[in-house]
Design a binder for this molecule. Sequence first.
Ligand code: ATP
Ligand code: FE
Length: 335
Amino acid sequence: IYILAIESSCDDTAAAVLCNNNVLSNIIAGQEVHAQYGGVVPELASRAHQQNIVPVVDQAIKKAGISKKDLNAIAFTRGPGLMGSLLVGTSFAKSLSIGLKIPLIEVNHMQAHILAHFIEDASAKKPVFPFLALTISGGHTQIVQVNSYFDLQILGETIDDAVGEAFDKSGKILGLGYPAGPQIDQLAKLGNPKAFKFSKPKVEGLNFSFSGLKTAILYFIQKETKNNPNFIEQHLNDICASIQHTIVEILLDKLKLAVKQTGITQIAIGGGVSANSGIRTALLNSEKKYGWITYLPKFEYTTDNAAMIGIVGYLKYLNNDFTNQEITASARLKL
Ligand code: ATP
Ligand code: FE
């Protein structure tokens, strides 16, 4: 079965072709325009998707070494995401489905960040149901109990900022470019994670909060730079290491609680922040420390990509779960 998958929920235009659960091509066009604004500008994102979508899809089909006529279905991201961005991929998928007379499959972006673990990869073990998924990305922070491909239950989520935002907004305070997450990760490798201490939020149960951390970092930097204008450049590595260490501890604390509450010790992470070396190391260490079995996605399937949309498309295809031309994009689509 050949599936064409399209992802356009935020600022990456992506297309992939899968043959069953194997990825034949996985093309991503990022959008440089947003960097100068320090964040994604929705109107510019949808315009760039409009420009990129045809060449990106063409390239995905070409690289897969197949022809459009070989495709059995089209999977697309219905939501959640930016409405103007989602509309481009949704409309394109619907049109192509009419043109090629093949069925359409709607995909939830957050489910895709989790099910990316089921993309065929000889070098990686696949999670066994039920498992806990920690989805950490630019717009979400969730702990999900995954009972099957299609039975997902949110156990906790952020009540304010997402963890990716915590990285990006802290980076902005430090004068780093957007997105700051990957830069903080790199700088943190050279710093002392215990150099500075930031207090962790007190949120009940399995929910998260990250807006207080951002404010704490802002006040800390304001105070220190008042005494020493060069504070940031002199201590950048230590600041980044300390921020990352705090964030990883917050995530780990909640995972420990989720394991305690559910008795499930299989943990998968997904979403852009699952590329972070601090969280990856912490998860690997937890295997020995707590006896967990952990699953880390391949780097190319952490941040937004269409291969993860394709694997959900394939699983839904096997389940005969198709949609039709009435379907509309949904910015706040729930899991
Ligand atoms: P969502 O999936 O919630 O709709 P999104 O699709 O915009 O949001 P992703 O592409 O999944 O988000 O993730 C992007 C986020 O991941 C950004 O906030 C970015 O800073 C963060 N990120 C990427 N790599 C790293 C890293 N190595 N360390 C920390 N954060 C990272
Ligand atoms: Fe995402």
